[in-house]
Design a protein around this ligand. Sequence first.
Ligand code: ACO
Length: 322
Amino acid sequence: IRAVPVGCGHYLPERVVENVEFEKTLDTSDEWIRARTGIERRHFAAEGEKTSDLAIAAAKAALADAGLEAHQIDAIVVATATPDQTFPSTATRVQAALGMENGFAFDMQAVCAGFIYALANANAMIMAGQAKRVMVIGAETFSRIMDWTDRGTCVLFGDGAGALILEAQTGAGDQSDSGILYTDLHSDGRFNDILYVDGGPSTTGTTGHLRMLGQDVFKHAVAKLSASGEASMSALGITADDVDVVVPHQANLRIIKKVAQKMGIPLERVILTVQDHGNTSAASIPLAMSVARQQKRIAKGDLILIEAIGGGLAWGSALMRW
Ligand code: ACO
């Protein structure tokens, strides 16, 4: 049995905010943001627009792409660090909005690595026979946890959602199969304090704001993402030449370039959406994957490497064949 991708979709809120807009309120510039991050613009959710609204739209797009109806899905996993509410899970809101009375739904919290954690979990559920089809969603409204006076963070993030449907199919059992071929997960809680939100129900009772030591995160990101990507490739016995497409977490163009270079993968094979979306945390990989599918940059049979790191620190990579 393999967990095979059969459809994906995404949603971006209507409002687009260009870098120059931050020049009105902050000591920053379009040039600085572009040069240091590669980000040119990002989408922000409208007032009242919730993470579940984004997730529902992405889920519907993925169902349409797969040619499936909601009742054919057994499980929904939503990776998010910005849920609608502390509880219930955003995933159960998506389940209800899709009109599903069957199956089960829950959230996964590994911040920017959330989609890879959710994918690994969905893969495990399919391999264990607990579900035949799993909808894996990354959805975030990071605009809700920004400190708009902190130029070191508020220019980096955006809102959005992406969804991928995995289906149990029998394969040859080797790496020529379509499906999730390998997942590599890590976390190290000693680094809690370099990227965190300074609020929460059991501490301040507030939602809080994102805090980050950017340079520290940068160094860890380059080292840990390239090591995880290399570990995934070596576990499958493949080299960088075998990877058709890389869909990295879209946090910073300089990190993406350095990681690709370390792994020996040319930038032409790397999907880039950070310029248009900013960092959408758990949503960034499925969003980029869906955009790449629309641009016909991912075809049936392509071997795809995904990698991400975020607060925790939590990071990982996965190899999958479309
Ligand atoms: N505009 C202008 N100047 C700025 C801005 C800004 N938006 N932000 C910071 N600066 C200033 C700093 O205050 C500092 O000024 P100082 O020298 O007077 O103190 C100067 O620019 C240099 O700051 P650095 O932090 O050294 O700049 P750096 O080149 O490291 O870039 C950045 C900062 C973009 C945050 C970078 O460190 C980075 O991208 N780190 C990784 C962060 C990241 O990607 N996090 C997300 C990954 S994990 C996740 O997705 C949740």
